[in-house]
Design a protein around this ligand. Structure first.
Ligand SMILES: Nc1ncnc2c1ncn2[C@@H]1O[C@H](COP(=O)(O)OP(=O)(O)OP(=O)(O)O)[C@@H](O)[C@H]1O
Ligand SMILES: [Mg+2]
Length: 354
């Protein structure tokens, strides 16, 4: 159902995103080696990725770089090699799998099946070359790929090499911390490995108002619930096209809450979630939180945000240091810089910091 709160897997559960889905599928069918899916949190990047992979006739593996990072504190190449190989071998028969990875350094089979273990001596180039040699298209999808920056391995160089040398392997990378992923891949930096490489970029946007309204109407029709026009208007006014929040509101209604309670519960749950996601930045410097609070409370110009933070902190802050704080908030997707000054793109994030 449309209000299923997990990332969607099937086309029927995905509202719209027709254009993006087509773009991703066509690019991969044409053999484009790198597709990026970008956008702030909860716009449906993982869902779009899942559905795309499901609809394509190719073998693929999906790796959650955030999860690997939280397990190891970085993204070691042996972990990545293991996940890629497991994804690749899962659908190969035992004999085929054994032949395929015979004599790859640092890779060995676990038991009698097709499961593999890897160690530090593994070479990802060799792994990818071997997969490429099967002459079947294979897609390596990495969700929250900005976490790849936590590694001694130089993944942008690896991807650049794969784009040049391999015929059958493509990468799809998603990132909610858009600025961080862009800084990491450096597609636009003439000194970097990926500079100027052909790739397709999908930037997910918030739903337009009519889409949000239609999404809710269809979701409620699907579960046979009558919801008034006023309720829908109020939800859409407050959640501003962020499909993840619209979905959770619908799910709360599905579970039996009335309109006001569903919205209240959503705000409370969202606040907890947002502040816990934010804690990694807050641990780096309390100024991140102070700056967010200033913007949430109506300060939008660089100077007035800085003055508010200085007031809250009780001391003067160096200009350059303060610009770094705001630029990092942009890189992480918490702020946007517009002609009207610094804004918070997600209304519930704004609410959480008010
Ligand atoms: N097009 C869509 N139609 C229906 N539901 C959607 C759609 N896109 C996303 N959702 C729902 O919105 C929520 C967030 O989706 P998803 O996890 O795919 O987004 P995301 O951009 O990957 O988020 P995050 O940045 O937190 O990883 C989920 O509940 C998902 O089911
Ligand atoms: Mg996601």
């Amino acid at each position: 159902m449309l209000f299923n709160p997990k990332p969607k897997m099937k086309r029927e559960e995905l509202y719209d995103r027709e254009y993006e889905l087509k773009e991703i599928k066509n690019s991969l069918k044409k053999g484009v080696g790198l597709v990026t899916i970008l956008g702030i949190r909860r716009l449906g990047k993982s869902s779009l990725l899942n559905v795309s992979l499901n609809e394509l006739p190719y073998r693929s593996v999906k790796i959650d770089a955030r999860k690997v990072y939280s397990e190891f504190g970085n993204v070691p190449r042996e972990a990545l090699a293991r996940l890629i190989l497991r994804g690749f071998l899962k659908t190969s028969g035992r004999e085929k799998a054994r032949t395929l990875i015979r004599n790859i350094k640092g890779v060995r089979f676990l038991g009698m099946g097709v499961d593999v273990e890897t160690d530090k001596s593994v070479n990802l180039h060799e792994v990818l070359e071997r997969i490429d040699s099967t002459n079947e298209r294979f897609i390596i999808a990495i969700d929250e790929a900005q976490y790849l920056r936590f590694s001694l391995a130089r993944y942008p160089e690896l991807i650049a090499w794969a784009l040049d040398e391999l015929q059958n392997v493509s990468f799809v990378l998603t990132g909610s911390e858009v600025g961080l992923l862009e800084d990491f891949l450096k597609m636009h930096d003439p000194n970097s490995a990926l500079f100027g490489r052909l790739h397709v970029e999908i930037m997910l946007k918030r739903f337009e108002r009519y889409q949000s309204v239609n999404f809710l109407e269809r979701g409620f029709a699907e579960i046979g619930m009558d919801v008034t026009k006023e309720e829908i208007e109020e939800v859409v006014d407050e959640l501003d096209g962020i499909v993840g929040w619209l979905t959770l509101y619908g799910y709360n209604r599905y579970l039996g809450l009335g309109h006001a309670n569903a919205l209240r519960k959503l705000r409370e749950d969202a606040k907890k979630l947002i502040l816990s996601e934010f804690s990694k930045l807050k641990n780096l410097s309390h100024r991140y939180e102070l700056a967010m609070r200033a913007v949430a409370n109506g300060k939008h110009r660089w100077k007035e945000i800085k003055e508010t933070v200085e007031l809250l902190e009780g001391k003067r802050i160096d200009d350059k240091n303060f610009s770094n704080i705001l630029n990092n908030l942009i890189r992480y997707g918490y702020l946007e810089k517009t002609v009207g000054g610094y804004l918070i793109p997600d209304p519930l994030v704004e609410h959480a910091f008010r």
